[in-house]
Structure formats: C-alpha cells, structure tokens
Design a protein around this ligand. Sequence first.
Ligand code: HDE
Length: 752
Amino acid sequence: MSAAAEKVVEKVRDAVHGGNEIPGAPGTQAPPVDEPTDAREPLPPKPDQRGPETYSPTGQETGIPQEKVAQGGERLTTAQGARLYDTDHSLKAGPRGPVLIQDHHLREKITHFDHERIPERVVHARGAAAHGVFRGYGAAAGITKAAFLAEGVETPVFVRFSTVLGSRGSADTVRDTRGVATKFYTGEGVFDLVGNNIPVFFIQDALKFPDVIHAGKPHPDREIPQAQSAHDTFWDFVTLHTEATHHTLWNMSDRGIPRSYRMMEGFGVHTFRLVNAEGATTLVKFHWKPKLGVHSLVWEEAQITAGVDPDFHRRDLADAIEAGAFPQWELGVQTFPDTEEQMFEGIDLLDPTKIVPEELAPVRPIGLMTLNANPSNYFAETEQVAFHVGHLVPGIDVTDDPLLQGRLFSYLDTQISRLGGPNFGQLPINRTHAPVNDMLRDGMHQTAVHTGVAPYHPNSLDGGCPFLAGEETGAYIEVPVEVPAARKVRDAAASFDDHFSQPRLFWLSMSPTEREHIVAAYTFELGKCWETAIKERALKVLANIDPDLCAHVAAGLGLPAPEASLVPAVVEPSPALSQLGGDWPVEGRTIGIVTSGADDLDGVREVRRAVLDAGMVPLVIAPAGGVLDQDGDPVTVQRTFTTARSTEFDAILVAGAPAPAEEAYGARDAKADDDMAVVTAIDPRPLLMVTEAYRHGKAIGAWGEGVGALEAAGLPEGPAGVVFGTTASAVLQAVTRLLGGHRVWGRFTPAL
Ligand code: HDE
C-alpha cells in the first residue's frame, strides 16, 4: 500500500474507532495533534433534539406537553398567544365597509390556511397508520447484535400501510401493491423496515424507478386513470421490461386486493445482512406474518367498495384497534449463509425480483408486533412520518442489491421537498427515542435550541464533546465486506436475466380458484388497454409463464394465443404461496345481522352478544335507523337497508327482511306496483345484499323468518355455505366455522 493510501486507511480507522477509544485496536495510532480525549469540567449541556421547551421564555410552565399544545387551553388565541374576542368577522371600516389590512388575525389565519398542504408522497401517497409495540423473542440473538431483537425487549413502533399509485384521496381497495413501513424506536436509534406486501419488485435497478412509476401513474395529458394499473402506459412498461413479470403476476393475483391491512403479509424484499457480537454475518430476508392469516377481497367486491366506502382499509384498521382487536404480526427471517456469490439454491439473493421459497428456507419467527393505538392526528403522524431504508441500528446492514442501494439515496432526499427541509427528524413522530447529540445545525424548521460553540469534531472548546463511539460503546459500524475488484460498468449479473422461472413457480403454486382470479385480472386490465400491440405483447409474456394462462387471457381478449418463445423452466411449486386452505382466527371479522325489525329480536340480541363474545363485530341492519324496541330491551341499528352494502360484511345472518315499504320508493304507477309484487316478496335491498354476498363466496345464515327471505332471494339451503337453523346461535356457530376459511371456496367452480 502506498504511503498516501495508508494515511487514508488510518484516517478512516480513527473515525470509526473514535481515536483512542479502543486501545490497542490493530493499526490505531496516536493522532498527529494533541486532540482532547477526556471531557473537561464543566461539561456544557448538549440538548437532544426535542422541540421548544414546554415552558415559556419567562419561565412559566404551561404544563402541556409540546405535542398536545394545540387546542389545549380554554381560550382561543393567535399563534402568538394573544386572546381573541371574535374569529368570525374581519376588522372593517364599519359593518359594510372595506376590510382593514391591519387585521393581523385575519392575515395570520388565512396565511396559515393557505400553507396547510404539503406535497403528497410521490409514491405511497395514500396511507393509514397505527402505533404499537414490538417484542423480541430472542431467537435472532445468535445472528444479530441488534438489541431490540433480544428476548423480551419491548420497542415502540409506528407502522404506515399504503397503496403505491393513487393520490392521497384515492380509494383503498384498488388493485395495487401495498406498502408496509415500520419505524422501530429502539434504544440504539431508529430502525425503519420499509417493505411491501409483495416480496418482489418490478425492477432490479433503482435507475428505472422513475420510469416504472411514470408508467403506472395517470397519463400525463388527462391525468387519468387514478390509482389504476389498467391502462396502456403501465402495460407498455411491464411488457417491455420483462423483469416486471413476477411482480405484475403477484399484482394480478389476489395479493393485489387485500381484505384488510390486518390480513396482509409484509416483506423487506431485499436481502439484508445481519451481524452478531462476534462479527459473524448472515444474509436474511424479513417477513411479517399476520396472525389473522393472509386474505383478499374478490374483484367485484373491491370495485364496489372503492365506490361505496373508499376508506375501507383505513376504517377497518382504526375500528379494529379502537374495538381492542389489536392486529398482530410475527416478524420472521429466512436465513442464508453469507457467501461470496450471495446465491442460495441457485437463486440470486441480490436480485429483488426473486423470492426464496419458504420450503427451501423456512421463515423463523423472531418477534411479535401488536398495533394497539390509533394516531391522534393524521397530518402530524401518518402524513409527516418519514421512513428511510438507511435508518439502521447496530446488527443490521444492507447488501449490494442495486435497488436497495438506490433507495438509500432516495428516502432522505424525498423528505427534504416533502417536509420542507433537513430537520424532519425533529418532528415528534420522527424523533428517535435514543439520545441525540449530533453536529447538524440550523436549517429550515430548526426547533432545537443548541447550546455550545463548537459543533465540530474534534474540538477543544465544548469540553471536547461530542466524542466518537467505538465498537464497545455501541457505534454503528458498517460490516467491512470485501468488494471484489471490478471494472466500472452499467451492467447486471447474468442471473438477473432470468425473468420467467419464478413467475412460473408462482403460477404453478396457485390453487385453481386463485388461477381463475389471475386470468380474470389480466383479462380485465389488458381489456382496458387501447393499443392492440400492447395486448399482443402482454400475451407473449404470459405464454412464457404458462401456455394455459396465456390461452385463457387471449380468449377473454378475443386475440390469438401466441406460442412461448422460451422453454418453460422446470420449477417446484411452493404451497406456502397459496392463500387458500387453513383455518384462521376470526377476531375482528364483521357480521351483518339483517332484521325486518318485527321478527325475532331476542334472536338478534342473542346473536349480537355471541358475535361480540367471539371477538367479532356485529352490525345490525334494519329498514330504518334508530333503536328497535318491542319489549323494553333495545337493539341499536348500525346500518339501514339504504346505508349497508354486502361488501362491508364477512358474513351475513338473516333474522328476517320485510316486504318493500311503499314510501321507500315514492309514488309509482299501478303497473310498476304489480310488476314489483311479481318480482319479489321482500325488499330488494337486503335481497341484493345476500345475493351479492353469495356471489362473493361469503357465509350466509338464516333462522326463523329469515329462512323465507333467503328462499325468496333464490338461496335455499344446500348450496355451499348457506346455513339454515332453528336458533340464532346454532346458525352463528356454523357461520363462524366457515369464516375460519375466510370464504366458502367450494362455491367457486374454476375452469382451470
Ligand atoms: Fe419506495 N419510496 N422506492 N419502495 N417506498 C418511497 O419515500 C423508492 C421500493 C416503500 O409510508 C418514497 O418517503 C425508490 C421498494 C414504501 O412513508 C421514495 C425505489 C419497496 C414507501 C421512494 C423504491 C418500497 C415508499 C416516497 C427503487 C419495498 C412508503 C415517499 C429503488 C421494499 C413509506 C417517501 C411511507 C416510499 C423511493 C422501491 C417501499 C420516493 C427510488 C422495493 C412502503 O423515497
């Protein structure tokens, strides 16, 4: 090594080990000048980065925590604390006169309002979040020194779920990937695990990210369609960049339309590197496994919900937490030896379009997350939270996955325009729970009042502080991995060229019903494309996944099915990828109970109580709102025939449904009346509810007069998942059993 190079190495070593912090560390030399190494008295206080103190400069305590200052007091004031006597009338020259420019309250109020909006996230703009706690099992202690993963350690977390393509006000249930971003407020600093509900990504290199997002976002001329991938530019991109085939296939599967944020898996996608106290490293992929299982909507349900309840997922998460049905996920890792080639069973661990099937590398649980509190303020918390894949703690490091490397740049950068400057880390939701003692100063929205005169290192004025940490004193030290000598190239490893073996593996792992959903999704989305050339190119891509898939979609599009251009890969299906089968907890499931208001109210009460006892949510649906009270024991109505739609319920129980009320339909002529009587004996709205629920594979039960209502709807007992009983509780028991499987899958008769 040249003398100059040796000097550089020494400098880096010094920076890492904190000068003399690690006596005797190999190669450590005394610095060339006499740097302070011990703190001198008196040590000036170094405030951490909390916001302004809760006492006023006059020393008077407000007693209100900084985060809760707004609307904390009795009297309305200006932002400066002056009390106001009127906030409805501008200051004018007489009651009918012009407004005076001296009206500070008017100007302050309007100016603040004018600046209430910040730019929405360029991707993942629509989200919902919750607070919670993570408890380590200790199972990862052998492979990582991360303290928050040690046994029994509890760490506060904040999790934001999101869709990718839509704007802030778009619907929740669109077909899209979902974000699952978790902020762990550990004692060693913030760790952000910024993942998705799909374990692979569209592209392999960050350089293509703006391109794929431009293609997925609305067309630039008319700005339509909103929150959709069913349009030409999206399909143009993903068929020209066939590395996107795997992710797109997951999008077209039921994973693209989750039933609930509570019922989604989360994936770190990239391979990460863990390091233990001895310096041994392990490659891992992170997984979140929901305790409630992984479940999805069916497509028609998702479409209806986007119209009748665009906030479906947001509401579902908040309601469940408010009701005490706290959602839980186990964090797990797949582990791989950290070899030079970073491959496992022929799968390139640095390629983010590849999974490692769980049958080859089981997911080992290492901790449990429970979400137990809703945010108090959407903007302050859910909107202002700023995640970054570079927020790491000792024991967790990144790999050279080129997508991950690009993300390390992007997440810091984006916050600066979104949150208006470099001090976003001081916002309450972003503040670390570890002590902060940085040398970052000033900038827009600086809220810390730093003292001291020497924000540089080393210094001899501020008592020498701050000193650097070393390995033993908890420094974050990047794993010193070897980087093999290579030429600078714009290229990727040859293994990145395999774009079809894993899509085929996914397709072959699906059950017939799931395959049918995939065919329907492709047929819908490609059917929405305008250009025939794009549909034809998409069919060529599908042919290389599976000829059967291609033939069915081609038939739906009315186009010839092309031949595959590649020899199909020989792959072993991974049963773990299918969502069907299994018996899951039913906590938090929503049961609609339809009553005419005049039928078995005792049964309604009984079934309501039993649903609650089972940890589920009963919603009573009656012809009109209010309280049903035939005998002094009231039943509250949560939904009416007008406000309820089947999509809100996981199962429907029918106690009875009345004939249509005349007034509900207004004046009709006599002929229409006659027609109505012929068509149905019951109100068409509950009729629609049960037929729709039937079509969507939901369990339906009836007792008493409800049996007649279901028969009138053309649902006599017998078809899969339609249960008749003599008592409400017997029917509920049967329906609850069916709910454990999420849907009555036997009702679907797939042709595939
Ligand atoms: Fe992101 N991504 N991303 N992403 N991402 C953002 O950061 C980016 C990628 C993910 O709830 C942005 O603060 C690049 C993969 C989630 O606040 C931005 C690349 C995965 C969220 C950004 C990717 C994700 C984001 C926009 C390719 C799954 C929402 C706002 C190299 C592993 C976080 C923001 C939240 C958000 C960049 C690819 C997940 C622009 C450049 C792969 C869950 O920085």
